[in-house]
Design a protein around this ligand. Structure first.
Ligand code: 7PJ
Length: 281
C-alpha cells in the first residue's frame, strides 16, 4: 500500500455531514426588502439541498469580529419565520446559530434539530432552556467576545486550554441534566485566535477526539485563509476546501461551509480514497 494512504485515519467518511451557512443578518442580504430576503433565503435553502447539504445553519446574529449586538426581538423575527418555512417545506435538518435563551426556546418550539451556540450555553438561561428539551447542541469555544476577541488572543497551550474548556462545559451541561450525547464540540476557528493558533488547531484537530463527542469545524472563507493567501472573501474557495479536507481527515464529523456543492465533491473524493484503502486490508 502506498505510504501516504496508510496515514489516513480510519474515519467513516460516508457519515461526514455538511452544514450549510445561511446568514439572515441584514448585511448579508443588503440588497432587498424583508420579503425578498425571505424568498431569497428559501431559494438558497432549496439550492443547498439540491447540492447535497445535510444541515442548514440559520443565523440571525453576526459574530464576525467587531460586529454589533442584536436584540432578542430582531433575532427572533429574522430567524424563526424562516425556520418554520424551511421545516414546513423541506425534509432537512436545521440548526439555529444563536446564544440567546429566548431564541433557543422559540427554535425548539418550531422543531429545530440543533442549537449552534458560539458562546457554548454560557449566556443566562440557556442551560435551563436546553435542559427542558432533547435538542442537540454545538458548544463552540471562543476566547473573549466578538467585539474584542481578536485584540490579543492568548493561551498557555491552545489545545489543552480548549479541551479544559470543553470538559468544564460538558460537566456543567451534565449537572443541569443535559446528556453528554446531545453535545457536539467545535474549537471555534477565528474566535479569539491568532492565525498561528488557527493552523495549530487544524493540524492537531484530532486531539479533540479524546472527548468522545462529534466534532464540528467551521473554516469556510475565514480570515485565517485570507491572511495566508492574501485573498478577499469571495476568492477563498480553494483555501476553504483544502482546510475542510484537512479537518475531515483530522476527525471532524460536521463541516460548516458556504460552498456546498464543492465541499460535497471533496468529501466524495476522500470517501473513495478511504474506501480503496479499506478494501485492500
Ligand atoms: C462558526 C459558527 C464556527 C460554529 C460562525 C463565520 C463566522 N458556528 N458561526 N462554528 N462561525 N459552530 O462563519 O465566518 O466556526 S460565524
Amino acid at each position: 500500500m502506498p505510504q501516504q494512504l496508510e496515514t489516513l485515519p480510519c474515519i467513516d467518511f460516508s457519515k461526514v455531514k455538511v452544514m450549510g451557512i445561511l446568514n439572515v443578518t441584514p448585511d448579508s442580504f443588503s440588497d432587498g426588502g424583508k420579503f425578498s430576503c425571505f424568498d431569497k433565503a428559501l431559494k438558497q435553502v432549496e439550492l443547498m439541498i439540491d447540492q447535497g447539504v445535510d444541515i442548514i445553519d440559520i443565523g440571525g446574529e453576526s459574530t464576525r469580529p467587531g460586529a454589533a449586538d442584536v436584540s432578542e426581538y430582531d433575532e427572533i423575527t429574522r430567524v424563526i419565520p424562516l425556520l418554520k418555512a424551511v421545516k414546513s417545506r423541506f425534509d432537512i435538518a436545521v440548526s439555529i446559530d444563536t446564544s440567546k435563551a429566548a431564541v433557543m426556546a422559540e427554535a425548539i418550539t418550531y422543531n429545530a434539530d440543533i442549537i449552534n451556540d458560539v458562546r457554548a450555553l454560557q449566556n443566562e438561561g440557556c442551560l435551563a432552556v436546553i435542559a427542558q428539551s432533547d435538542i442537540s447542541v454545538c458548544l463552540m469555544h471562543m476566547q473573549g467576545l466578538p467585539r474584542s476577541m481578536q485584540t490579543k488572543p492568548h493561551y498557555n497551550d491552545i489545545i489543552e486550554d480548549i479541551i479544559n474548556f470543553f470538559i468544564e462545559r460538558i460537566k456543567t451541561c451534565q449537572k443541569k441534566g443535559i446528556d453528554k450525547h446531545r453535545l457536539i464540540l467545535d474549537p471555534g476557528f477565528g474566535f479569539g485566535k491568532t492565525v498561528a493558533h488557527n493552523y495549530q488547531m487544524l493540524a492537531e484537530f484530532n486531539k479533540f477526539k479524546q472527548l468522545g463527542l462529534p466534532l464540528l469545524a467551521g473554516v469556510s472563507r475565514k480570515s485565517m485563509l485570507g491572511d495566508l493567501l492574501n485573498r478577499d472573501v469571495e476568492q477563498r474557495l480553494s483555501g476553504s476546501l483544502t482546510a475542510a479536507i484537512v479537518a475531515v481527515q483530522q476527525g471532524a464529523g460536521i463541516i460548516r461551509v458556504h460552498d456546498i456543492a464543492e465541499t460535497v465533491d471533496a468529501i466524495k473524493i476522500l470517501k473513495a480514497v478511504a474506501q480503496y484503502s479499506e478494501d485492500k486490508k
